[in-house]
Design a protein around this ligand. Structure first.
Ligand SMILES: Nc1ncnc2c1ncn2[C@@H]1O[C@H](COP(=O)(O)OP(=O)(O)O)[C@@H](O)[C@H]1O
Ligand SMILES: [Mg+2]
Length: 299
């Protein structure tokens, strides 16, 4: 477990308007600075994603909003990492940096050893709301990414069937999204992301809009999906219970600008074969770990 001191003082020197006053501002300095290289090139075989000293801030009309502060993190292939933290601390920002939708002003993100400088099919993103194309059928929604990438029709058909079966929606393939429940729509969104066969699945509060029972069912499905695919998963969630239940590692973030408050290994997966989810969540070791992680967020 790693305890990290906050470093709010770094941001005191950030100009509060969007125009740098002189060449020494963070913004100008970052333009002149080469991106750091991955820390351990020889050991990258097992590293899927690496954040090297990443800082990000939003330049707004009313001032600078620091979101991420010098954050470094390595995620290994096949890991299921969850990220929890107070609301507004920078979780979605961090996920968008990993996806390549945002670029760090300082530091760098590497997908294996390649610098992330834009979105890529290797990194699939699932949002809180499914954001499906309402005019397309379920199968056309799932086929969309592979079609855009120019994959052959036979390969597209194979993938659509495989991933719709994985999320148990094959028989609903001809329906439109609005004919499905919220949970089913979110499963379509997961299948759509998986159909690109991404190396990393980035999920931003994917079950946040679902009712409690559907959410628990979706958690079990996500567990099975992770077990059946070789995908690395990074899950942002406001539910510490969900994080402890699903992941093999939980990163607790500080208040904004986000830094790592704790990096905690978790192992309820192997012990849970054949055991009901509620039983695991009510067990003494589970509750103890959940409360320990809550302490990092509620302080
Ligand atoms: N596009 C934006 N412009 C300005 N500020 C933003 C923008 N997006 C997010 N923020 C601010 O950055 C901080 C971190 O946001 P976010 O990453 O969405 O937090 P979280 O996902 O942890 O709730 C918040 O204070 C939020 O208001
Ligand atoms: Mg968010």
């Amino acid at each position: 477990m790693v305890g990290v001191q906050r470093s709010q003082a770094r941001w005191d020197s950030v100009p509060t308007d969007s125009t740098p006053k002189n060449g020494s501002s963070k913004r100008t300095a970052s333009l002149n600075r080469a991106a750091p290289t991955p820390s351990d090139v020889s050991g990258l075989a097992a590293t899927e994603l690496e954040l090297c000293d990443v800082s990000f801030w939003y330049d707004t009309a009313t001032g600078v909003i620091p979101a991420i502060d010098s954050l470094s993190l390595k995620i290994a292939k096949g890991e299921f990492v969850s990220m929890v933290g107070p609301s507004g601390c920078g979780k979605s920002t961090l996920l968008r940096l990993m996806a390549g939708f945002l670029q760090a002003q300082e530091g760098a993100v590497y997908d294996e050893s390649t610098l992330v400088n834009g979105p890529d099919w290797r990194r699939g993103l699932v949002f809180q709301r499914p954001e499906l194309y309402p005019w397309l059928t379920v199968e056309a929604n799932v086929a969309f990414g592979p079609r855009m990438r120019g994959l052959a029709a036979a390969e597209r058909t194979k993938r659509v069937r495989h991933y719709l079966e994985l999320v148990k929606l094959w028989e609903f393939r001809r329906k439109r999204p609005y004919e499905l429940s919220g949970g089913m729509q979110q499963r379509v969104a997961i299948a759509r992301a998986l159909a690109n066969e991404p190396h990393i699945l980035l999920m931003d509060e994917p079950f946040g809009a679902l009712d409690a029972l559907t959410r628990e069912r979706m958690q079990d499905e996500l567990r099975q999906i992770h077990a059946r695919t070789a995908c690395t998963v990074v899950l942002v969630t406001h539910s510490v219970e969900e994080a402890v239940y699903l992941s093999s590692r939980c990163i607790a973030l500080t208040d904004r600008p986000a830094q790592i408050a704790a990096d905690i290994p978790i192992d309820f997966g192997a012990a849970s074969e054949g055991v009901q989810g509620r039983e695991i969540k009510a067990s003494r070791p589970f509750v103890a770990l959940r409360e320990q992680i809550m302490d990092y967020i509620w302080h």
